[in-house]
Design a protein around this ligand. Structure first.
Ligand SMILES: NC(=O)C1=CN([C@@H]2O[C@H](COP(=O)(O)OP(=O)(O)OC[C@H]3O[C@@H](n4cnc5c(N)ncnc54)[C@H](OP(=O)(O)O)[C@@H]3O)[C@@H](O)[C@H]2O)C=CC1
Ligand SMILES: O=C(O)C1=N[C@H](C(=O)O)C[C@H](O)C1
Length: 252
């Protein structure tokens, strides 16, 4: 058997981190060498011999965690939200100084979600109107979800490339927030409801028709194949990759 990849999980006590710990422990080609929570020293990653770091923490800590990993030659597979353009730019610059190291920033590890966003990007140019609704458990601290932001950006890019006009909207009187967040010109609405895990609908409207692209994660188990795929593929993708689709050959 080939040597196991030495993996550390950050945020190991959280909803996602605890699932990731179990998934890594169950994978024969991976070895869990550290499971860290808030307050634990990142130096433990070095003493434990981690080659790969999975970050499932909070937006306030993820950038420093990933910086530490990259500066110590560890590949990072990141599911934590909060990676805006400025953070990605700083990370890209850091990775240029560490050319053999890989970082995957994956707004969503669920393969169905990745596909749904890709389908939405494909459909984006063909409809006059588009809006995104994301629905999550009420313990989530950020809104809109990272997945919704990424999906809206992909849709906006596809529409801009095709020269599609902004979605029509006659609203002139609005209770603040009623029309959702504006992400690159795409309206994104966030629902927080007990009982939900992670769900998203992209609504496309044209004359006399609607296309809805919906994905549901009913259980955090849905994210684990993507986490494992990220770990197994990272070393083959040095530099910065945003979106698990960067590790999938979706155009095959
Ligand atoms: N990409 C994907 O597919 C998915 C991404 N996510 C994202 O992952 C992140 C985590 O989500 P979730 O598990 O639900 O959140 P949780 O709040 O359940 O877990 C976060 C964990 O990180 C810990 N933590 C906070 N700061 C640090 C730190 N500096 N070092 C190590 N651990 C730390 C927290 O500890 P404490 O409780 O003490 O604060 C907590 O245990 C979110 O950004 C979420 O949006 C979630 C699901 C899927
Ligand atoms: O916090 C969550 O739960 C999730 N976070 C990610 C996001 O913000 O997109 C991924 C998934 O939606 C679950």
């Amino acid at each position: 058997m080939t040597e196991q990849l030495a993996v550390a999980v950050l945020g190991a006590g959280g909803r996602m981190g605890s699932e990731a710990v179990k998934a890594v422990e169950a994978a024969p080609d991976l070895k869990l060498v550290a499971a860290l929570g808030r307050g634990d020293s990142l130096e433990t990653l070095v003493s434990a011999g981690a080659q790969y770091v999975v970050d499932l923490t909070v937006p306030d800590s993820t950038e420093a965690n990933v910086r530490f990993a990259v500066e110590h030659g560890m590949h990072a597979v990141v599911g934590t939200t909060g990676w805006d353009a400025e953070r990605l730019e700083r990370l890209g610059a850091l990775l240029e100084e560490h050319p053999g190291t890989a970082v995957l920033i994956a707004p969503n590890f669920a393969l169905g979600s990745v596909l749904a966003s890709a389908f939405a990007a494909k459909a984006a140019r063909y409809f006059e109107s588009v809006e995104v609704i994301e629905l999550h458990h009420p313990d989530k601290i950020d809104a809109p979800s990272g997945t919704a932001v990424r999906t809206a950006q992909l849709i906006a890019d596809a529409r801009a490339e095709a020269g599609v006009a902004p979605s029509p909207d006659a609203t002139t009187k609005e209770v603040p927030g009623a029309r959702g967040a504006d992400i690159d010109g795409v309206r994104v609405h966030s629902v927080r409801l007990r009982g939900l895990v992670a769900h998203q609908e992209v609504l496309f409207g044209g004359a006399g028709e609607q296309l809805t692209i919906r994905h549901d994660s009913f259980d955090r188990a849905s994210f684990m194949p993507g986490v494992l795929l990220g770990l197994r593929e990272a070393a083959a993708h040095p530099g910065l990759t945003v979106g698990l689709d960067g590790y999938l050959n979706l155009n095959a």
